[in-house]
Write a protein that binds this ligand. Sequence first.
Ligand SMILES: [Fe+2]
Length: 375
Amino acid sequence: MDNFKLKSNLFFGRDSLCALDDIDDANVIIVCDEFIRKSGMVEKITEHLERCTVHIFDKVVPDPPTEVIAEGINFLSECRADYMIAVGGGSAIDAAKGMAYMAWKSGRHTIKCFYAVPTTSGTGSEVTQFSVITNAEKGMKYPLVDEALQPHVAILDPELVKSMPPNITADTGMDALTHAIESYLSTKSNDFTDALAEKSVTLLMRFLPYAYAHGDDLEAREKVHNAACLAGMSFNMVGLGINHSIAHAIGAKFHIPHGRANALLLPHVIEFNAFLESGTETVAARKMQRLSKLIGLPYSSVPLAVSSLCSKVRDMNRLFGIPDTLAKMDICTENVNAIRREMAEAAMADVCTQTNPRKPELMDIEGIIKRVTGV
Ligand SMILES: [Fe+2]
């Protein structure tokens, strides 16, 4: 028996922030970073909360560390808000999830309703039961996984992503594409998640380059925003794969943007998942062939379809100025080589590895890290 469950109530398209009008005469906490608070986006939220008491926690930083979560839990316990609104990219939404979850678990405070309002189009965190918290001292990322982490309401307003700069549009968009492809190939994938992932890939291939080049085009922004959410809904049900496992391990050590790490790895992981050591095609390879057909790439044989998909991803990376090695990202290759085994072990232990379509050995992961290191 299998199960497919949609939990978050989704509002999307222009003016979808009006969904906040349902919050009336309430005690509200907004969780964001300092940039979002100063950017005027918080005012766009509070315009809809006229009769509410609003508290703002703006201490979120990228890859939110445990210290920030602890500070946020104290803030939440003191203001005792009933509604939490997380505004920002994946880090703000993940931090808010961590705060709400741990405040509830520790019995300090329970919020009644959690709203997620993403200002980037990538993580899908607004509809997932995952949150990634970082232990900066140990250089480790810890995924929290619990249905209680999933926001009750997600608001996808394209106006909020219009001012996202091109490099962040590219990095976060490639993260979304990796979510869609990895969930499509996941060992747990099914007809329902395949539908979400296929639509997500189609929208991203068509609209991401346009949103990158013409950030103020609201239609392209809306399509990419929706695509990221569709991919989030898909991987929330069936998980991801080693692309994310390795990206988590590399990202924790070298602090490169998560989406950029995924984009760098994606062609190599597609190749690894398509063929066994003997050269035999995997089941995943045949799904890649279907994907290539769907997005208009050459697909007459499995090897041709796989190589077209890899080339397409490489072309997108080139278009977005995403380097194809860590060396080109100004990361010292000697430092990478020194901890390659350690990162590979962390990737093997990552929860995402469990749903990868081809079971990797430690040396396979090391091989992929070696290929993206550069000289
Ligand atoms: Fe991701």
